[in-house]
Design a protein around this ligand. Sequence first.
Ligand SMILES: Cc1cc2nc3c(=O)[nH]c(=O)nc-3n(C[C@H](O)[C@H](O)[C@H](O)COP(=O)(O)OP(=O)(O)OC[C@H]3O[C@@H](n4cnc5c(N)ncnc54)[C@H](O)[C@@H]3O)c2cc1C
Ligand code: SF4
Length: 331
Amino acid sequence: MKQFGYVRAGSVAEAVRIAGEEPDARFLGGGTNLVDLMKLGVATPRLLVDVSRLPLDRIEELPDGGLRIGATVRNSVLAADPAVRDRYPVLSQALLSGASGQLRNTATTGGNLLQRTRCAYFQDAAKPCNKRAPGTGCPAREGAHRDLAVLGHSEHCVATQPSDMAVALAALDATVHLHGPDGERSVPATDFHRLPGDRPEQDTEIRRGELITAVELPPARPGGNSRYRKARDRASFAFALVSVAAVLDVHEGAVRHAALAYGGLAHRPWRARAAEAVLHGASATEDTFARAADAELAAARPLRENGFKVALARNLTVGVLAGLAGSAARA
Ligand SMILES: Cc1cc2nc3c(=O)[nH]c(=O)nc-3n(C[C@H](O)[C@H](O)[C@H](O)COP(=O)(O)OP(=O)(O)OC[C@H]3O[C@@H](n4cnc5c(N)ncnc54)[C@H](O)[C@@H]3O)c2cc1C
Ligand code: SF4
């Protein structure tokens, strides 16, 4: 590991100021991803600005019925919050499907959103990788890519976004709040992560020196229910091969509202707009759910080893939506 400086910020303004003065500074949340990458020589910041103890650790009710989640709220605290469990179960389930209890106790909301891809070439500093070292190539395209993208990839990168929480936030139409050298702004969670295009080194729309301060959830839909399901190689401590975050509101047998996002399929949480268009107003049957999945997954371009993800995503979609529709029918 290379030598680096460390400073603990006392306020948001101080964190942003210090990070703005050092081009190679990185914010430190729980450190569960960044410190690993530093040990591997993949991240080499000159300065860590510790933001983990900033007073951004509250979950607050908003006047419109939504929730504001501070950036330093720990993943375990967020998953266990009664309002989240009750009104946004998809978020609680997504968090609990990730990492381990110990990691969730340390990991923060801001850090979780910005964790980096688990592509094996990215994590090996001795290998070429356009995301880690732009212009060196993408060995994953022809090499080991079983876990990687089938949607929205480019010739420059086929990596997937690893955060389960981010997939739930995309389905919930959350908003990410940022504070940077040029002031405050907010970005819809669906637009926060990028597709790789010809700049795979840029995972998200965040600008240099910007700090995530909070994530806001809009009010939960009355009558809507939500669920997260994740397919992975083992039951815990594994990233998604495919995951589905779904919000469904069924009234008198027809879909009144549906929001669907996939994890494990793309460089960003994949909001399934084509599937939603099929679902809206249609009868809440397995046939409709399968047609919705097919409409979305028609755009898939699997690589040599990961075609199985398309069938897996279709099956997960039908199972999750049928489960939610069944709960609505029994309610
Ligand atoms: C063995 C293992 C298994 C895992 N399994 C899963 C899994 O199945 N699903 C899953 O979703 N995750 C999984 N994770 C990842 C884990 O969830 C992340 O490491 C964690 O959420 C990152 O949060 P952190 O606060 O520790 O981030 P850090 O490591 O502190 O930071 C991560 C990045 O975010 C930046 N950052 C941190 N806070 C802010 C902020 N407020 N504003 C701007 N930038 C910020 C840092 O500079 C850094 O670039 C796993 C991790 C491990 C080690
Ligand atoms: S898929 Fe992306 S992260 Fe993986 S080797 Fe290719 S460029 Fe690097």
